[in-house]
Design a protein around this ligand. Structure first.
Ligand code: ZN
Length: 377
């Protein structure tokens, strides 16, 4: 690295771009959340406060209104602290923590998941002697009208698959037994084409990022949309055996796209990627980090139905080496924040423009060098 070419700490354009992108994404997510909140309030307009809430939710109309108000107030003011000295930033705001119906809360949760998975991956990579082959495994169940029922079907069989992978005594294990571990999350959306046929059917599936010490027997093929796919026939068979109605299994090797030659030669998996900056691993991590319902892609009615069906359920998890990795010592930046200087910006959401605008800023000086030394000593 040519140190002289590095930008001064305060001018890191990449961090500025990330902040701008985050504020824009949060703005459009916030605008969707306002729509959902209005949809909920309209659905109980004029109803008595102690009437039972609609959508099968286990509280009364007053409780539903309170949640809709919290949703409407979520992330209205953002306090962004830009730690230019340590190339870091942090957003503070009131959050409603209803990530199934709230886009801004889903973004925060997704971002935290990405950070946590990458930290775990670093730990696993440091403590694993051989090569690691990552895959993005996607498995679904047949679509159906009742989301809660599809969720039980999918999640129950997925957990069975994970518990079967542990070889114990007479137990043989399964296709997942050799894995180092993985992280996963469930996702619900309205099935493609189901509305056109006059039916409204839920598609419920799992995305798992799995890590293997050797290549998995996946086979390239072409999907019904004409795009390249990777299938895993043995796993399809097992999944059909477990679920009785579903065999949809895709398993994509995660390769370093910056080395197309390796991809073409079929030893793509050898190209995996040592580098956290690699876009394809990050893309897969983002895929498993998204929370359950892409609020941004659903109508308010779909989002509220999914919320009513899925709230309170565990919709993500990890296994193997990715379970119980101690992250306690992995983030020294957290303590640096206490000492570093930052610029604090105040952003306010504007319903008219469906985005945020800056209301003001102030500069906080960090702890002076002498004090830093005293603290560290
Ligand atoms: Zn929220």
């Amino acid at each position: 690295m040519d140190g002289q070419k590095e930008d001064a700490p305060g001018c890191n354009q990449e961090r500025r771009n990330r902040i701008t992108g985050l504020i824009q994404r949060t703005g459009s997510a916030k605008s969707r959340a306002v729509d959902v909140s209005e949809y909920i309030r309209a659905s109980v307009a004029g109803q008595h406060r102690q009437t039972l809430a609609p959508f099968g939710l286990p509280f009364d109309v007053e409780g539903l209104r309170r949640r809709a108000n919290e949703l409407a107030g979520c992330s209205t003011l953002l306090r962004l602290k830009d730690y230019f000295e340590i190339d870091d930033y942090r957003v503070e705001t009131f959050r409603c923590r209803q990530h199934l119906i709230c886009g801004p809360c889903a973004i925060v949760r997704g971002t935290n998941n990405v950070r946590s998975i990458m930290e775990r991956f670093e730990v696993v990579r440091r403590t694993t002697a051989g090569r690691i082959y990552p895959y993005l495994l996607t498995m679904g169940v047949k679509t159906g009208p009742d989301l809660a029922e599809r969720c039980r079907h999918m999640a129950g069989n997925w957990r069975k698959l994970l518990s079967e992978r542990r070889v114990r005594g007479w137990r043989q294990g399964n296709e997942l037994s050799g894995l180092l571990g993985g992280v996963y999350s469930f996702e619900a959306k309205i099935g493609k084409g189901s509305e056109r046929e006059g039916k409204r059917l839920w598609n419920f599936h799992v995305h798992a990022l799995i890590f293997s010490p050797e290549p998995l027997p996946v086979q390239p093929g072409i999907g019904s949309d004409g795009k390249a796919r990777y299938y895993w026939p043995e796993m399809s068979e097992r999944w059909r055996g477990l679920t009785g109605d579903s065999f949809i299994v895709e398993c994509h090797p995660i390769v370093d796209r910056s080395r197309p030659a390796a991809v073409a030669e079929g030893d793509a998996m050898d190209a995996v990627v040592g580098d956290l900056a690699d876009g394809s691993l990050i893309a897969a991590v983002c895929e498993v980090s998204k929370y359950a319902v892409k609020v941004a892609d659903s109508s308010p009615a779909d989002a509220v139905e999914a919320w009513a069906s899925l709230r309170g359920r565990r919709l993500c998890g990890s296994f193997g080496a990715f379970l119980g990795v101690d992250l306690a010592e992995e983030n020294p930046r957290l303590s640096l924040r206490e000492l570093a200087a930052y610029v604090e910006y105040l952003y306010r959401f504007n319903a008219g423009t469906k985005g945020y605008s800056i209301e003001g800023f102030r500069i906080h000086r960090g702890v002076p060098d002498g004090a830093t030394k005293a603290v560290i000593a």
